[in-house]
Design a protein around this ligand. Sequence first.
Ligand SMILES: Cc1cc2nc3c(=O)[nH]c(=O)nc-3n(C[C@H](O)[C@H](O)[C@H](O)COP(=O)(O)OP(=O)(O)OC[C@H]3O[C@@H](n4cnc5c(N)ncnc54)[C@H](O)[C@@H]3O)c2cc1C
Length: 426
Amino acid sequence: MPDEMDTRPTVAVIGGGAAGMMAAYHAAQMGVRVLMLEGTGKLGRKLRITGKGRCNVTNDCDTQEFLNNVRTNPRFLYAALDRFSPADTKAFFEARGVPLKTERGRRVFPVSDKAGDIVGALADACHRAGVEVVYERARSLWLENDVLRGVCADGGNYAANAVIVCTGGKSYPLTGSDGGGYDLARQAGHTIVDPKPSLVPMTVKGDVCPLLQGLSLKNVGLKVIDTKSGKTVYEDFGEMMFTHFGITGPMVLSASSHLHDLSAGRYTARIDLKPALDEKTLDARILSDFEKYRNKDFIHALDDLLPKKLIPVIIRESGIDERCKVNTITKEQRRALLTLLKGFELPLHGFRPIDEAIVTAGGVSVKEINPKTMESKLLRGLYFAGEVIDVDAYTGGYNLQIAFSTAVLAGESAAMEVASGGSEPF
Ligand SMILES: Cc1cc2nc3c(=O)[nH]c(=O)nc-3n(C[C@H](O)[C@H](O)[C@H](O)COP(=O)(O)OP(=O)(O)OC[C@H]3O[C@@H](n4cnc5c(N)ncnc54)[C@H](O)[C@@H]3O)c2cc1C
């Protein structure tokens, strides 16, 4: 509960997620009083489910490489990354008893594979630094004659000399980030760039996906083709899954953030089911399987090559009668099968709703935020950090690093400003 006797200048942080906790800790370290409001009754709900519960906490790369992986407004992040880099994130958690490891693609995870350890380290750091946590939802900014006075929350008004909005985006609303933070920004006159899903599953036309529902494919190749230009707009290798509506999984989520408009059948996903084998080698492999099953029906000829669930669908798409004898299959038919295995096409139809997105693209316009301090250019004493800002990145730990970097900068800038008496004392 807030300490009414504490007369120090106060920074209020709205949101107890990745950015909120990091901002609150760094502000408190500067000697000011910090109140952190969290609307759900639990800190770091979203953080706990990151990286499938393992938390890909950052990406161990340099600034340029990092910015190459930021999809929207990378240049806005120069000062934030300069102040708090991926190396700083690693040092922060390791110094607090969370050893880290680096996996494929320089993705950094806790050695324990437990996102809870990351939440625990942040919450503990806040606690030790004297951050006062208030489990209430902020309803509005407390403004008097266009001067920021604090925050109006469910349980009453909280006076503060500066307020940092760390309310996250709009995806996975059950974690608490439900887009309500945009209204706080609007109250101060900020422009909200239309929130859209990014890193999101995609829907596919036709009945193939419902038939394959639940099938997970590891080590396949994925290309997304722009059917208008014929160009490949995304290419990757890895894991994907089929659902009743379409496709998901790490590669698919990454691909989605490279596509802007799925309407009118513009894009097709082309899956290479056997990327380790070039056409010649795969053809030889099919021939050898056909030899083995030469007197059987075609439906049995792919048992050694493909997962069980996929076989009836591939057979249907190949146009070869499943009951024909393998030794009657012509060279042309085999060629068609080969083409199908190297380029199984799924016409993309749309994105799943923002609720199911890993991140929200859009948010508070960066044009109205000072990138060197994260302070609003429209209202003195108001700051932003994390996903609420119109910045988003690809998968790989970049989004959490953005939350941390912007939060450290906002926390320190706000604390410095209120400690120096810059913002109006209440
Ligand atoms: C399933 C999933 C997996 C992910 N995995 C990764 C990953 O491995 N690596 C990675 O880099 N990124 C990952 N992300 C993205 C990452 O989690 C977010 O980018 C990051 O959490 C954003 O941090 P934030 O603090 O801005 O927002 P959040 O973490 O969403 O925190 C916002 C907080 O504000 C609170 N809040 C909102 N409104 C109010 C209000 N009015 N009053 C009080 N409190 C309020 C919310 O309850 C919430 O606790 C993942 C996202 C999802 C959904």
